[in-house]
Design a protein around this ligand. Structure first.
Ligand SMILES: NC(=O)c1ccc[n+]([C@@H]2O[C@H](COP(=O)([O-])OP(=O)(O)OC[C@H]3O[C@@H](n4cnc5c(N)ncnc54)[C@H](OP(=O)(O)O)[C@@H]3O)[C@@H](O)[C@H]2O)c1
Length: 328
């Protein structure tokens, strides 16, 4: 029986493009476990892969998508049986070098497959997934460096993005006063509804251009890199902590040494692309004190047939929150 998938190709000139394909169960990569997909997350890097932008896919052709949940259809490994609810997410292979999540059926090595952890279900394990886990790790990074509620305002950049929306929700839930920085003037009400105490536009960057400007933030979670990260650094309070995890505004940034040597600002990077079995305590905190209260506001369901259009809109900056593909 054939099923539908989105596959990314590279032509002779090196250009990447994706198209719908019909595949058999033995045409979606090697592995002991065949899964019927139910939900798949749409991360920024997945949208870039589907749109042919950037250098996400490392082997061609390849099905993008790095997080899926579903039901085991068949397994040659004794750890899994037909009917088991499972998830595959994280690592350096799935949806990058090995066919990934944007497929009605997924075949992977048994070692990559995990039962849905306690406290999660097939939807929430993907709806939260790497996006919310990244935010949880960023929040823990601020905590580890001593940022506590009541210290002062914490700014979150790329505020309407999937990860940043969760970061706002989590920080507000812990009692921080959160400032959301966004390029979307139409989404201020959304940002306040998920926990932002106030919202600033990206034009605030042009109002603070000195190498050491007004001291505004005790903490910062930065999803975008580039010029906004430089702005955040020059407006940190003495001893403030910045946790960057993304590059939507640029892979490089210019800054001066002054925030570091005159204000002891800490730049503490976040890499949260851990497979499920190597996640830190931040993962399980998402079922307790870091549980996003506005999950249903942040996450929106995208029918599989609408995936390509959704990815194009996300790359163009026209999407808020986190998209989750629904296969049923
Ligand atoms: N380090 C890690 O372990 C890790 C894990 C997951 C994701 N990431 C990275 O985190 C970033 C965010 O991922 P995501 O899935 O949340 O993406 P997303 O939903 O697309 O969010 C990115 C947000 O950044 C802002 N933005 C986009 N283009 C921009 C530009 N040119 N200048 C300034 N702001 C811009 C937009 O927010 P506004 O319109 O509200 O400003 C957008 O919603 C990505 O770079 C991703 O690769 C890293």
């Amino acid at each position: 029986m054939k099923h539908r998938a989105i596959r990314t190709f590279r032509d002779d000139a090196g250009a990447r493009f994706s198209r719908w394909v019909e595949l058999g169960a033995d045409e979606v990569g090697a592995g002991e476990v065949l899964i019927r997909s139910r939900f798949a997350a749409i991360n920024y890097k997945d949208a870039r892969a589907v749109s042919g932008a950037g250098n996400v896919i490392k082997r061609f052709p390849c099905i993008p998508g790095i997080e899926v949940s579903g039901v085991v259809e068949s397994s040659a490994d004794a750890r899994f049986r037909p009917g088991d609810e499972v998830t595959v997410q994280g690592g350096q292979e799935f949806g990058i070098r090995h066919d990934g999540a944007f497929s009605e059926r997924v075949r992977v090595p048994a070692d990559w497959v995990h039962r849905i952890p306690e406290g999660f279900d097939a939807f929430s394990v993907v709806a939260l997934g790497i996006g919310a886990y990244t935010s949880a790790v960023a929040v823990e990074t601020l905590e580890r460096h001593g940022v506590v509620p009541g210290d002062g305002e914490v700014i979150v950049t790329g505020a309407t993005g999937g990860c940043s929306s969760f970061a706002i929700d989590m920080l507000a839930g812990l009692g921080h006063r959160v400032v959301a920085m966004t390029g979307k003037a139409s989404e201020h009400a959304y940002l306040k509804s998920i926990g932002a105490a106030r919202v600033v536009g990206r034009e605030i960057q042009q109002q603070h251009t000195k190498p050491l400007d007004e001291q505004l933030w005790s903490g910062a979670i930065d999803a975008v890199g580039g010029a906004p990260l430089d702005f955040v650094l020059r407006t940190m309070r003495k001893g403030g902590v910045v946790a960057p995890f993304g590059n939507a505004a640029g892979e490089t940034f210019a800054t001066s040494i002054y925030p570091f040597i005159l204000r002891s600002v800490v730049l503490a990077g976040v890499n949260a692309n851990h497979p499920l079995d190597r996640r830190t305590g931040a993962w399980m905190r998402m079922t307790t004190d870091l549980r996003p209260r506005a999950l249903e506001t942040i996450v929106h369901r995208v029918p599989f047939a609408r995936l390509v259009e959704h990815c194009q809109a996300l790359i163009a900056g026209g999407v808020r929150g986190r998209g989750v593909v629904v296969f049923d």
